[in-house]
Design a protein around this ligand. Structure first.
Ligand code: FMN
Length: 370
């Protein structure tokens, strides 16, 4: 029996298989309103047979934005747009969480309200290159803008933004939310021992660096219930963006324990950053095992179990309970059925990862395998 096609219970949400769709930014919710709708409804409902769909990173506030055409979950129109998506996924028999996102310093003034500076834990620019849209509609690659450090008295407002976003996600019909604590974005910036040198209660020590993550999770939990809140972390660091610090390991193991104590829906472990800002470095198996032990609940793996064979192996060996597929989910709307049947998998077209309309988005065919 292939363990990937066995059902799994995520703290009360029954998923028919362990083939999850990883959160994937596709930049098809048009600026400036960032409202998803019909296009995304087709995309996600085509993939309703996945054990769980984790919808793309979605900004919790205008300040949380760092890329063109990414969706939000802070306005009534965005909630209404997402409702079209969740209704269609549910009608097709699926389950869908929304990834809650604040980019922090991985942004540019062009993406910020009134051209303001992005925010972070400290005033230190990200090495990331950002994409902005020129007046003539063409794209330009530019350095990330210098952020300003959030004031201590602003932190409760940031936490409230997470709570509002989670409440909105619930109203929009999502089955839960995933707090994005990975990939170098705001929460990851606060977690980082190499970046977060704040001297207030939100930085410095392990306990203080964990405060934003845990506050965001508590805020989402207040809105939705902890059983509906998953968390994504990249415990093995993310290379150039946030270099490793000596107590990172202690921090990650403690995060897993505290999230487990709250009985969060799942812990989603992403092995390293990928692509332009970093690399998929060696996998620290002992750390992954330690986090699973400390969390003591459903663990979703991504970025290590990168193909079907390794995913199957890792779930069989108990390293994780489910695997989130990213690029393969882009090109295989029926991945769970293909895995079940041992059918060939389709390749993705990276040139259409970010784009306009349904091309390279809603036109990947399914195999007729029923
Ligand atoms: C086009 C694209 C968009 C992505 N967007 C997100 C995102 O919105 N949130 C996130 O946490 N990770 C995002 N990622 C990372 C993926 O979720 C995943 O971690 C990565 O692709 C590695 O998994 P894979 O080898 O199965 O593709 C993105 C990756 C790609 C290729």
């Amino acid at each position: 029996m292939n363990p990937l096609i066995q059902p799994i219970d995520l703290r009360g949400l029954l998923c028919p298989n362990r083939v999850f769709m990883a959160p994937l930014t596709r930049q098809r919710a048009k600026d400036p309103d960032c409202i998803p709708g019909e296009l995304q409804a087709v995309h996600y409902s085509q993939r309703a047979a996945y054990g769980l769909l984790i919808a793309e990173a979605t900004q919790i506030s205008p300040e949380g934005k760092g890329y063109p055409n990414t969706p939000g979950i802070y306005s009534a129109a965005q909630v209404a747009g997402w409702k079209i998506v969740t209704d269609r996924v549910h009608a097709a028999g699926g389950r869908i969480f929304l990834q809650l996102w604040h980019v922090g310093r991985i942004s540019h003034t062009a993406h910020q309200p009134n051209g303001q500076s992005p925010v972070s834990c400290v005033a230190a620019a990200s090495p990331a290159k950002m994409v902005i849209v020129r007046a003539d509609g063409t794209l330009e690659e530019v350095p990330a803008s210098m952020p300003r450090a959030l004031e201590t008295n602003e932190m409760p407002r940031v936490v409230r933004d997470y709570e509002l976003a989670a409440t909105n996600a619930k109203v929009a019909g999502f089955d839960g939310v995933e707090v994005h604590g990975a990939n170098g974005y705001l929460i990851n910036q606060f977690l980082s021992g190499s970046l977060n040198t704040r001297t207030d209660a939100w930085g410095g020590s392990v306990e203080n660096r964990l405060r934003l993550l845990m506050s965001a999770v508590d805020a989402a939990g207040a809105a939705f219930g902890y059983a509906k809140v998953g968390v994504r972390l990249s415990p093995m660091g993310n290379a150039a963006e946030l270099p490793a610090a000596p107590d990172d390991r202690e921090l990650m193991l403690r995060a897993a324990r505290e999230l487990g104590d709250r009985k969060c829906a799942y812990l989603h472990l992403f092995n390293h950053y990928f692509g332009a800002h970093g690399w998929n470095g060696p996998f620290d198996r002992a750390l992954a095992e330690g986090m699973k032990k400390n969390f003591n609940g459903p663990v979703v793996l991504n970025g290590y179990s990168r193909d079907v064979a390794s995913a199957e192996r890792d779930v069989r060996e108990g390293l994780g309970d489910a695997v989130a597929f990213g690029k393969l989910a882009i090109s295989n709307p029926d991945l769970p059925e293909r895995i079940r049947d041992g059918a060939p998998l389709a390749e993705w077209d990276a040139s259409q990862f970010y784009g306009v309309g349904g091309k390279g988005y809603n036109d990947y065919p399914t195999l007729v395998t029923k």
